[in-house]
Ligand binder design. Structure first.
Ligand code: MLT
Length: 329
């Protein structure tokens, strides 16, 4: 029988205190230090623009800095992997987009499970895309652009953010719909890709209004169409691809916030509350409106709605990726 000493008694009473303090640290006291929000694409691009607005607004609400970290590369999978393998304590979260819907089918080999490694915290926004080109491209509308692309063949180039990104998905569906094979130039995000369009070194880019609106309004890029079901309120003169003569392909980008799988419920609930509060903030509502998007409703900024939407999106893209053989490997 072990001997009860003064030291073992002290250790036992310490252990008795440890459990309630741990529970407190996992719940009510969260967060006690800065939170890292991983953005899987380059600074300055559309995911970064949405993520930084969100991080700044969540910081004010949650009482600790929410610091953006751009972990870029491999079409957004490296950033997702960073969070999939992070400690599930709420201090590392992920802002990702439609890539979470396509990557599970597109990537047959990954170093992490693209679905079961995450706790969805809530949806954030839905953002329309635009097909934009360098200012001096010799085409004034989508029909002329298509004719020019056909004439140029692989001498024509298309920028994107790597397989798994929305720009790559949109660019591939566009090229496929018109039967051309342009040269694809991948970047770590459409932020740097846009710089090449502005510099006239790349021909076109499919990108979200959160980045393109200001360049379109400023006349720094040419815009041809939006691959959306309906016109964009902030760019009312821009035709949809269907209106411009190219029906049958649509891409709209959705964003969601995630924590690593196994994050304690009180912590993920606190993060969801902070997300919801941020999306109600008039400054975010106004800035989102200026760049062609709106925050989702409070009901959609919940784990349940996010999981439903995400599951449906994986099911939506699976047959398209399979029939177009759009695998990353
Ligand atoms: C970005 O933030 O760079 C873009 O969202 C990447 C993409 O095209 O999906």
């Amino acid at each position: 029988m072990p001997q009860i000493t003064r030291r073992s008694l002290a250790a036992a009473s310490l252990a008795a205190f440890a459990a309630p303090r741990l529970a407190n640290a996992q719940g009510a006291a969260f967060p006690t230090r800065p939170i890292t929000m991983v953005i899987p694409f380059a600074p300055g691009g559309p995911t970064d623009i949405v993520g930084r607005l969100l991080a700044e607004t969540m910081s004010r609400e949650i009482g600790q800095p929410v610091v953006v970290e751009n972990t870029t590369g491999a079409g957004g999978t490296l950033g997702a992997q960073r969070v999939a393998t992070a400690r599930p304590d709420g201090y590392t979260i992920l802002l990702h987009h439609i890539g979470m819907g396509v990557i599970p089918t597109m990537y047959r080999r990954l170093a992490y499970d693209p679905v079961n490694s995450f706790e969805p915290l809530g949806l954030v926004t839905e953002v329309p895309m635009t097909i934009v080109g360098r200012k001096d491209i010799p085409a004034g509308n989508l029909t002329e652009l298509i004719a020019y692309m056909k004439k140029q063949g692989d001498g024509f180039n298309l920028a994107d953010a790597g397989i798994g990104s929305s720009s790559a998905l949109c660019g591939a569906l566009f090229a496929n719909a018109i039967g051309v094979k342009p040269t694809v130039i991948p970047f770590r995000g459409t932020g740097p890709a846009m710089q090449e369009i502005l510099g006239g070194r790349v021909d076109i880019l499919c990108d979200q209004t959160t980045q393109t609106t200001e360049y379109i309004r400023g006349g720094q890029v040419k815009v041809f169409a939006t691959p959306s079901r309906s016109r964009i309120a902030t760019l009312p003169d821009l035709p949809t691809t269907a209106e411009a003569g190219l029906p049958g392909f649509e891409v709209t980008v959705w964003h969601g916030l995630y924590a690593p799988k196994g994050t304690p419920a009180p912590i993920s609930t606190r993060l969801t509350q902070s997300l919801q509060a941020a999306l109600r903030d008039p400054r975010i509502v106004q800035r989102f409106a200026e760049i062609g998007t709106t925050p989702v409703s409070q009901e959609d900024a919940t784990p349940e709605a996010h999981r439903r939407f995400w599951t449906a999106d994986i099911a939506k893209w699976k047959p398209i990726i399979e029939t177009t053989n759009s695998y990353a490997d």
